[in-house]
Design a protein around this ligand. Structure first.
Ligand code: 13P
Length: 254
């Protein structure tokens, strides 16, 4: 009914040669492991994108980690959605907490970037999630709902159907503190119910919602076995082909 995706987010890691060899290893290793309607996505720094996109397959797609909201122009150092699309990338991560936190990306800016991505036929992997303080204060459902409302709920149903969501609790990113399968499932179910209220149950059921935050080979299977968790957005563990493959394989049991 909905696609399962395991996506790697390399963040600002790996030089050019390291990235190329990791991507080649991933393509070779997942050849026989990706079953059914499952997709593997690798989101690399821009520097690798055009080279790895040439090696992409029907099972392993590539994506960027950012785009500028404008179509083109005098924006020194930025990269546009059409440039990313032109090298063969299919996805772009938007709304990652590192972009929100370190680069001040607001919900309003992210809504613009989502529009620009869709206009250029890039599928957004749109990240949402609460900080540690917000979790402890108990208002994380409100935070997540607001991020959805302001980041993607301006889209028509037809547009929203192209969006992949990723729930990434900020307190679990790079910390080794994974959300328990029950904690993650609780939020994923809330997200799907929020989508159903906005776009109807059918579209909510068809939406892929990934979990991200210290997902690794030892916890992936338990996380992915939850009813509303449709895959993972993997940081650190996506930098080692064997770990990434183990996470990809964790789906074969679902
Ligand atoms: P880690 O898997 O390293 O916690 O990172 C998760 C993440 O931010 C993926 O986008």
């Amino acid at each position: 009914m909905r696609k399962n995706i395991v996506a790697g987010n390399w963040k600002m890691n790996l030089d050019y040669e390291q990235g190329l060899s990791l991507f080649s290893e991933i393509v070779n290793m997942v050849k026989d492991e990706v079953v059914g309607d499952q997709e593997v996505v690798v989101c690399s720094p821009f520097i690798h994108l055009s080279s790895i996109a040439k090696l992409a397959t029907a099972k392993v797609a590539v994506g960027a980690q950012n785009i500028h909201q404008a179509d083109a122009g005098a924006y020194t150092g930025e990269v546009s959605a059409s440039q990313v699309k032109s090298v063969g990338a299919a996805y772009v991560i938007l709304g990652h907490s590192e972009r929100r936190g370190y680069f001040g990306e607001t919900d309003a800016l992210l809504a613009e970037k989502v529009n620009t991505a869709l206009k250029n036929e890039l599928k957004p992997i749109f990240c949402i999630g609460e900080t540690k303080d917000e979790r402890e204060a108990g208002n994380f459902f409100d935070i997540i709902k607001t991020q959805l409302e302001q980041g993607v709920f301006h889209l028509s149903a037809e547009e929203f159907a192209k969006v992949v969501l990723a729930y990434e609790p900020v307190w679990a990113i790079g910390t080794g503190l994974t959300a328990s399968p029950e904690q993650a499932q609780e939020v994923h179910a809330f997200i799907r119910a929020t989508l159903a209220a906005k776009y109807g149950q059918e579209l909510a059921d068809a939406t892929t919602i990934l979990y991200g935050g210290s997902c690794n080979p030892s916890n992936a299977e338990d996380l992915f076995s939850q009813a509303d968790i449709d895959g993972g957005l993997i940081g650190g563990a996506s930098l080692k082909s064997r770990d990434f493959l183990s996470i990809v394989k964790a789906f074969n049991t679902k």
